[in-house]
Design a binder for this molecule. Structure first.
Ligand SMILES: [Zn+2]
Length: 361
């Protein structure tokens, strides 16, 4: 860019209070330059709607989290109550930090999203959300630009911005939660595909499962592993008496989810360990296919099921290394996310910050 273009763009960003002068640069002879930085008062809202929780954060311009809130919430309640909760969380955090108006809000949600229109499209696990104007409802509430994407994509952006994937140009972020999905970053940019559904790996068929999936097909990866599938298999093991420990946990808590399975795995329950191993192996086999196809330099695993810890990670790693060509896995770290529940909100803030700071088209 020419000096004039840069000057006028900085003028525009300054007028919008997105950047500010922070003082003179060190002198190197000649005319003194001025250092320009992201404005100190810039605040973004990041919202991560999951299948079973809603999180919100307020960040500064560098997307450091200044305040964060997470609440259990079933997304199947429909858009009005869930969005109301997300807006209430955001309002509370902004108020706490004394912010009148955020510069933008990013939102991640657990299903396919029409990125350009800011609406969810036929999300299989979210009745009532199809076509709901999520972006517009949020935009009206906070009077700022709003960007919507699916939860896996925003988590991948979060990992890229503040997590394990900071220096990786080509990586996969794999979310294993209630559902299973994959964020694809190629040459430093998120790859969404033609219609925004790239990385929907939960519905790749796995040969050894005939279970019916939420999408209506049989044998999907998500139908054999993932939060819902694991809960179903754990319940069956508890009721049939195959795992007395899962039976006890069911009697104690009235329910079995990944949390109880994790507890049983930690206690050495053989049936639970086997459930996690079987699921991890199927996941790993699908991921091995992706490694052959995409040749990433890193795979980061995130989402609720990472609480299953080392047993899951070891099985996934084993399957990938066994099934991929040595050249593709020679330098391929496979690791758990270290951002945990904040990956989504940081990524959502990153998503909208890119939009807000973009050169006008
Ligand atoms: Zn499916």
């Amino acid at each position: 860019m020419s000096r004039t273009t840069i000057g006028s763009e900085l003028g525009r960003l300054t007028a919008l209070q997105l950047v500010e002068e922070i003082g003179p640069a060190a002198s190197r002879g000649g005319r003194r330059s001025t250092v320009i930085d992201l404005a100190g008062r810039v605040r973004f809202v990041g919202v991560a709607i999951g299948a079973t929780s809603v999180s919100a954060a307020v960040t500064d311009g560098r997307l450091r989290v200044l305040a964060f809130e997470r609440t259990e919430c079933d997304v199947r309640q429909g858009p009005e109550p869930v969005l109301e909760l997300a807006m209430e969380q955001s309002r509370r955090l902004l108020l706490k930090l004394g912010v009148d108006r955020p510069m933008g809000a990013g939102i991640g949600m657990p299903g396919p999203v029409d990125f350009s229109r800011g609406i969810p499209v036929s999300p299989p696990i979210m009745p009532g959300w199809d076509g709901y104007p999520v972006r517009d409802v949020f935009g009206r509430q906070f009077d700022c630009p709003v960007v919507l994407d699916n939860d896996v994509n925003v988590m991948a952006l979060g990992e890229q911005h503040a997590g394990a994937a900071g220096t990786a140009e080509n990586f996969l972020f794999v979310k294993v939660g209630t559902g299973i999905g994959c964020g694809i970053v190629a040459r430093g940019e998120l790859y969404r595909g033609m219609d925004g559904c790239a990385g929907d790996i939960g519905h790749i068929p796995v040969a050894d499962s005939g279970e019916i999936c939420a999408c209506g097909n049989t044998g999907c990866l998500e139908a054999s592993f993932g939060g819902d599938a694991l809960a179903r298999d754990a319940l069956a093991a508890a009721r049939s008496g195959r795992s007395p420990l899962l039976g006890e946990l069911l009697a104690r808590d009235g329910t079995l989810t990944a949390a109880q399975v994790g507890e049983a795995v930690a206690a050495g329950d053989a049936t639970s360990v086997q459930l996690v191993r079987d699921g991890g192996r199927r996941m790993g086999e699908v991921l091995a296919g992706l490694v052959s196809f995409f040749n990433p330099s890193l795979i980061v695993l995130g989402g609720g099921l990472t609480l299953l810890g080392h047993v899951l990670l070891a099985e996934i790693r084993g399957a990938i290394y066994r099934r991929s060509l040595p050249l593709a896995t020679r330098n391929l770290p496979i690791m758990m996310s270290d951002l945990g529940p904040q990956a989504g909100v940081i990524g959502a803030a990153r998503l909208v910050s890119e939009e807000v700071y973009a050169f006008p088209r």
